[in-house]
Design a protein around this ligand. Structure first.
Ligand SMILES: Nc1ncnc2c1ncn2[C@@H]1O[C@H](COP(=O)(O)OP(=O)(O)OP(=O)(O)O)[C@@H](O)[C@H]1O
Length: 318
């Protein structure tokens, strides 16, 4: 559904240039749900705009929904849905009319567009709101209207740029239920960016991480976490003066990495916490070091990013 090779984009502003995307290779098969992650400025939106035929690449090629994004951009746009960060609806018209106009842009007859608009308002839970103005909708309803706009042409592939950003948790969960239903009912291929790592982790079967214009990880969230981050152990020493000695012992655990201390607390990553934690506690005990607490936690996608780059996505956004 998406096949990109060596995609790059360099923006030139006056005399300076920004290499926003630096050689992206990507294959997405029909029906996949891919979350595209990365900190601010990583190149996510630029990639999305190139893959949707809205922005010509500086170099490289991409075929999307069977067409070349550079030489057949109009054919690509006719076969995909794209929901940008700002949304597509203006303020002046009734939401039903916005949908009909969108359908007319895709060459639908007024009658077909009207019936598709009614159908989609029901699909996204806005039934009976044909005559409402966008300004009267809540944030979550507005995002659902954006999704309806992106679906007018029944695209087999839908790009969503941060579909849940800025919404409260209940509206985010609601948007996700609509996104997942789309895939279940129509087999729609979904390619989306999100800043919410927990959502990507829970919902997407595949996570692609981009940083500084390059893809640095690609796989299931479970695989990336197991391969790149490892489990985390945290112990609190009864006497903070024992931390250096405890750190030496920790360094000998299988797969130990990322040792860090904060006051009496010592954290590190290990390959398998269920075996490493009892071993660590026994070794501390044998060395005569007293601990107050010991716990293990599973890694998050942010730990994956930290392991890859030495920074966290959340830090980058702060
Ligand atoms: N029109 C433009 N002209 C010049 N530079 C641009 C332009 N659009 C984006 N950039 C730069 O290209 C880089 C990638 O930006 P892009 O918007 O693709 O990142 P992003 O990962 O989508 O970020 P965000 O999460 O903040 O939306 C950034 O350094 C950005 O400043």
């Amino acid at each position: 559904m998406i096949h990109a090779r060596g995609l790059t984009k360099t923006y030139t502003l006056k005399k300076t240039s920004v290499d926003a995307v630096r050689g992206v290779d990507l294959d997405v098969e029909p029906g996949q749900l891919v979350a595209f992650l990365g900190p601010n400025g990583a190149g996510k939106s630029t990639c999305l705009r190139m893959l949707t035929g809205l922005l010509p690449p500086t170099s490289g090629t991409a075929r999307v929904a069977g067409h070349d994004v550079t030489t057949e951009a109009a054919a690509v746009r006719a076969r995909i849905g794209y929901i940008g960060q700002k949304g597509g609806a203006g303020e002046a018209f009734r939401i039903g009319d916005e949908l009909v106009t969108q359908g007319r842009c895709y060459g639908m007859t007024r009658r077909a567009a009207r019936s598709r608009a009614e159908e989609l308002l029901t699909v996204v839970g806005l039934d009976g709101m044909f005559a409402r103005k966008p300004s009267t909708l809540s944030g979550g309803q507005r995002r659902r209207l954006d999704i309806a706009l992106g679906l007018m042409n029944r695209p087999p592939l839908l790009f969503l740029d941060e579909p849940s950003t800025g919404l409260d948790p209940a509206s985010r969960a609601d948007i996700w239920s609509h996104i997942l239903r789309l895939r279940a009912d129509h087999g729609t291929t979904l390619f989306l960016t999100t800043h919410y790592l927990e959502e990507a982790d829970a919902m997407a079967e595949r996570v692609v991480v981009i940083d500084q214009g390059r893809i640095i990880a690609d796989g299931t969230a479970r695989r990336l976490k197991a391969d790149l981050a490892g489990d985390r152990l945290t112990v609190t020493l009864h006497d903070p003066a024992d931390v250096p000695r405890a750190a030496e012992i920790a360094a000998g655990l299988p797969g130990a990495a990322g040792l860090a201390s904060d006051g009496p607390r010592l954290t590190l990553r290990v390959a398998a916490a269920d075996r490493a934690l009892p071993e660590f506690v026994r070794a501390l005990d044998a060395a005569g070091l007293k601990i107050d607490t010991a716990e293990s936690s599973r890694p998050t996608l942010d730990d994956v990013f930290l392991a890859l780059t030495g920074r966290t996505i959340q830090d980058e956004e702060a």
